[in-house]
Write a protein that binds this ligand. Structure first.
Ligand code: BEZ
Length: 236
C-alpha cells in the first residue's frame, strides 16, 4: 500500500479510491488478477492476442443478468469466430457464480456447458477500477455499503486498448447482437481504414473517412458513391 492510501483508510489495495478512476475509449484496459469460475486469471494474459468483451453484473441470481449471460453464452461461437474472448464479472464469490451458472445452463443453454469465465469480484475492486459503478453505488461504495448497479460492457482490442464502453441501468437488458455488431464494425474499421454508418452490418456499404481524398479513395477502393462531398460510400 502507498502511505496515502493507508492514511485515508481506503479499502482498495491497488489504487486510491479518492481519485475516482476514469476509463475512456482509447485508455489502456487496466490489468488485474482475479479468481474466476475457470480458475485464477491475469486479465491481460487471459486476453492474449485476442479481442475481449468484458461485461459486468452487480450480483448473482438477478433476473435481467441471468438472461444476458445466457444470451452471451449462446453467441459464444460467433465471438470465437471473430477472435473475441468473452469474460463476465459479478460482484459475488466464484462459489456463488458456479451455482448461478448451473441455472443459466438449465434455462438458456438447454443443459449445455457454459464455457467462458466469470470473475468473482467480491471486493468490487475490478468494477471500481473499470469505473463500472453507477452514481448511487459510487457513493455507497465509499461508505462501504451495498452497490446496486454494475452493468457495463467493454470491448478491448488485441493491443489492450478500450475501444467501446456501454453502461446499462438495472432494468434494461443488454443487446448482445449490438455487441457483436460493434465488434464487426471495429474490426472492419481497423482492417479496411473505413467508417461504418448507422445500423451498419457486415455486407452493407461502408463510409470513406473525410481524411481520404477522392484520388486516394479511387486508388484504394476503386469506385465509390459520392452522395455529398463529405458522404462517400463504397464496398469493403
Ligand atoms: C437484474 O435483474 O439483473 C438486476 C437487478 C437489480 C440490479 C441489477 C441487475
Amino acid at each position: 500500500f502507498s502511505r496515502s492510501i493507508l492514511r485515508r483508510g481506503v479499502r482498495f489495495v491497488s489504487f486510491d479510491a479518492a481519485a475516482q478512476p476514469r476509463i475512456r475509449i482509447g485508455s489502456q484496459a487496466p490489468n488485474f488478477k482475479a479468481p474466476t469460475t475457470t480458475g485464477d486469471i491475469d486479465f491481460h494474459q487471459y486476453l492474449g492476442n485476442s479481442w475481449g468483451v468484458l461485461f459486468s453484473h452487480p450480483a448473482d441470481f438477478t433476473p435481467v443478468c441471468t438472461t444476458e449471460l445466457g444470451a452471451f453464452a449462446q453467441l459464444k461461437p460467433e465471438f470465437d469466430a471473430r477472435n473475441v474472448k468473452l469474460i463476465g464479472l459479478s460482484a459475488e464469490s466464484v462459489k456463488s457464480h458456479k451455482e448461478w451458472v448451473a441455472d443459466i445452463e438449465e434455462v438458456a443453454l438447454g443443459g449445455k456447458k457454459f464455457t467462458f469465465p466469470i470473475i468473482g469480484d467480491e471486493s468490487k475492486e475490478v468494477a471500481y477500477k473499470y469505473d463500472m459503478v453507477d452514481e448511487e453505488g459510487f457513493k455507497n461504495l465509499q461508505a462501504g455499503q451495498q452497490i446496486f448497479t454494475i452493468r457495463s460492457v467493454f470491448v478491448i482490442d488485441p493491443k489492450k486498448t478500450v475501444r467501446l464502453i456501454l453502461t446499462y441501468p438495472a432494468s434494461c437488458g443488454r443487446n448482445t447482437s449490438e455487441v457483436l455488431r460493434v465488434v464487426d464494425a471495429l474490426q472492419k474499421a481497423d482492417s479496411k481504414g473505413v467508417a461504418t454508418g448507422v445500423n451498419w452490418v457486415e455486407g452493407d456499404d461502408v463510409i470513406i473517412p473525410p481524411s481520404v481524398s477522392n484520388e486516394a479513395a479511387k486508388e484504394k477502393f476503386g469506385s465509390f458513391n459520392e452522395v455529398k462531398p463529405y458522404l462517400r460510400f463504397t464496398k469493403a
